[in-house]
Structures are given as C-alpha cells and as structure tokens.
Design a protein around this ligand. Structure first.
Ligand code: DX5
Ligand code: ZN
Length: 219
C-alpha cells in the first residue's frame, strides 16, 4: 500500500478555510487531518462541530479526525454524522477503550487510538486487533509547530512488532513535527500515514510541498 500524507488543518488559515481545503483536494495529499481540542485534555482549544461541518462540505478526501478531548464517547455519533471517516481517541482519555472502539465502528467509522509521547505502545497489545489506526504523537498534543520527539522511531519499531504478532492490518500514523527531514526515516521504521501541519501550511508553495513529501515517502 502506498504511504499516506495527511495535512493537518490546524495549521491552515482559518479566515481562508475553503481555499485551504480546496488546495488539499487538488494536491497529492491522501487525507484531511482534523484536530479537535477541548481545553481540558490538552491546554488548547482548536475548533468544534460547526467548523468541521463546513470543512466536510468542501473536502473530497478521507476525513481523519483526532479527538483531543475527555470522555469522547459523548460525541462519537455526532462526529459520524458530520462525515468523519476515521475517528481517533486518546488512550489516556478512555476508561473503557475497547467499548469506545466498538462504538466508533458501530457508527461506520474506522477506529483510531492516539498515544501521548510518554504512553507505551505495549498498553495496546490486548486491543490491537480492534484498532484500525494507531496515532503515535511525536509531540505533546495541543499545538502545531513543535519539535519532533526522536524516541518516536523506537515506538514505531515496537508497535510494528505488536501488529505483526497479532497479524492485524492496523495502520501507524505519526503526528507532530513531521517534515522532509524525518519523513523517510519514519516510513523506514514502519509508519503508514504522516500528518504534517506547519511544514505544509507555512510553505510558500503548499501543493508542491505536499507533492514533495508524497514522492519522498513513495520512491
Ligand atoms: C497536535 C496535533 C497535530 C498538529 C501537527 O496536537 O495533533 O496534528 O496539527 O502540527 P505540526 O505538523 O505543525 O507539528
Ligand atoms: Zn493531530
């Protein structure tokens, strides 16, 4: 399977959101990565349902939504109705993770689990067969534009072994500080999906930057 690029809309220009969504539509990107923050699970608030609804109105690609919120079960149905294709919850925010994953799937979405940088991938061993995507946070969640945490490579290697042992087709997504400097090494370690916010949206030619990243990881 080809390796996927998911621009993070958190770094877009919110005053020109339709323009930026259409840029991603035209580009070689595969997914939209949408960061929802509640100001409780993470020390920041991004945007909520009305903004996601308008993004979904224009987006023509898979909508990969990353919930950085406490007790995400409350909103699973709503996110399904808003058009999310992949819904990722944080391991650290779910008391009954297995139940949450079943709930996401019962609403027709792929189920993802995100891990903070300090959370061991081994905590997913007993539930990996129920997870469509593991999002390894390579920065502390809450903000774009932070520096990539190098320990992520080891986590990918370990997670790859857990996925292999259970023979599941779980995807590994990397989120935070992704650039052309670490993309190839992340893929070589075993990543399938790279989220990129600042690297894409701060570029002068955003479409060309996405194309460059896509070619780098699919030589
Ligand atoms: C951080 C978010 C990321 C963020 C990545 O909490 O989950 O998706 O947008 O941004 P960059 O690529 O700028 O690190
Ligand atoms: Zn994210």
């Amino acid at each position: 399977m080809s390796k996927l690029i998911a621009p993070s809309i958190l770094a877009a220009d919110f005053a020109n959101l339709q323009r930026d969504v259409e840029m991603v539509n035209r580009s070689d990107a595969d997914w939209f990565h949408i960061d929802i923050m509640d100001g409780v699970f993470v020390p920041n608030i991004s945007f909520g349902m009305p903004v996601l609804r308008d993004i979904a109105k224009h987006a023509t690609k898979t909508i990969d939504t990353h919930l950085m919120i406490v007790d995400p079960d409350r909103y699973v149905k709503t996110f399904a109705e808003l058009g999310c294709d992949v819904l990722t919850v944080h391991y650290e925010a779910c008391t009954h993770l297995h139940r949450t994953l079943q709930l996401i799937k019962s609403h027709g979405m792929k189920a993802g689990v995100a891990l903070n940088p300090h959370t061991s991938v081994h905590l997913l061993s007993d539930v990996i067969q129920d997870i469509d995507l593991v999002c390894l946070m390579s920065v502390n969640p809450g903000f774009g534009g932070q520096q990539f945490i190098e320990n992520t490579y080891d986590k990918i290697t370990q997670l790859k072994k857990i996925i292999g042992a259970k023979n599941t087709d779980t995807l590994i997504e990397i989120d935070g500080g992704v650039t052309d400097k670490n993309a190839v090494q992340l893929i070589e370690a075993g990543a399938d999906v790279l989220v990129a916010g600042s690297y894409v949206f701060k570029a002068t030619d955003q479409e060309a930057t996405i194309a460059h990243l896509k070619t780098l990881v699919n030589p």
